[in-house]
Design a protein around this ligand. Sequence first.
Ligand code: UGA
Length: 430
Amino acid sequence: MKIAVVGTGYVGLVTGLVLADLGNQVICVDKDQNKLDMILSGTPPIFEPGLEEVLKRTLKSGHFTAINSIKDAVQASEVVFIAVGTPPGEDGHPDLTAVRIVAAEIGKSITKHTVVVNKSTVPVGSGDMVELIIREQGVPAELYDVVSNPEFLREGSAIQDTLRPDRIVIGAKRREAALKLMDLYAPLQSQIIVTDLNSAELIKYGANSFLAMKISFINALSRVCEMCDANIVDVAQGIGSDSRIGSQFLNAGLGWGGSCFPKDVQGMVKTAEGLGYDFDLLKEVIQINDEQTINFINRIESHLSGLNGKTVGLLGLAFKPNTDDIRDAKSLIIIEEILKRGGTVRAYDPVAADNLKEVFGEVTYCSTAYDVAEGAHAVIMVTEWNEFKNLDFERLGALAKGKVLFDGRRVYNRRQVEGSGWEYHTIGSR
Ligand code: UGA
């Protein structure tokens, strides 16, 4: 099938490349010429495991290219994906400016029947909005369909998630449009849920809100564990073993961050509010998440008898492992709070440090995990990269001023850490 994908962020580039790898003819569109140059030279502009390989392969096979003209891409394609960013707006509603601009451009370019697929995460009613914008460009109704096809990929495992999705959701008004997408996705042999536009849009917000709620729930329970000397890892295992609950997304830690959950939970609250429903439950989910990180910093501060004049080493900066994305990363709050409370920060991340440098010039960026401990009064595990999981604590301890470890992701074994002469503090147990 001939496909255009507008937007080369995580969703757009990964979707475009996977569809090209499956044998479709794909044109990705972006207005940023630097990004296009990188892509066309075989270098992905984002860090994502396995992406470079697929990019090089599909460029070589001729199934994939990237250009800056929406018009040329639309006119060469039967299906056009909108995969542009919908960042949080000032009032908590997502900012749909990019979606609107792209929809209008697509409308101006349509000359034959085109299925316009919205893959950007958008509030309920956005499919209708895109349909209207295209109509306003003078495109007759029979010449296009608008379909909602939300994306469920995770950064860090984006390719695998796209190739092996739990389900594919297609929201469409006309059967023929849904069938076109079903044909496109048939090689993935996944469960396909066909529904209306609004339901498809709500599935995406609902799924992300539910997952965030699961994490906030276990984090709230981790606070109770800290107070009654129970162990959240055992509690989560016991709860998650009930197949009606499931064990995934029950890892207690510093809380959820990234480019999706914070924006989408807020977007869900605002969408409900706009429709006349006060989604108090989700407001609490957000509050628990905010408190989780601050509570951990307060524990660190109190343990060190104040952060003023103290040096703290941070292991990991990205919002989660296997990505260089720092959007709403817990490291941002932790660094801000330590600096505000008079401390200094040494930090290391395998790939995300450069992005942090633009935000915090006053942090010392180290070139290895061990360097963060040099002169540090405490070390905090912030992002659970694999390379941190087998640290040599004797070596780390030789550099540190205070052998105190705060494990914000519950990756270490207390006995092992304490056996190396370190004090061990973590989330969800004393
Ligand atoms: C999330 C969803 O998982 C995807 O299904 C969705 O497609 C994506 O948002 C999106 O809307 O585009 P992502 O933000 O890449 O994916 O990352 P997750 O792996 O879901 O992690 C989100 C946050 O939750 C991270 O900060 C992570 O550290 C935290 N988390 C996750 C926990 O604290 N505990 C857990 O048990 C799981």
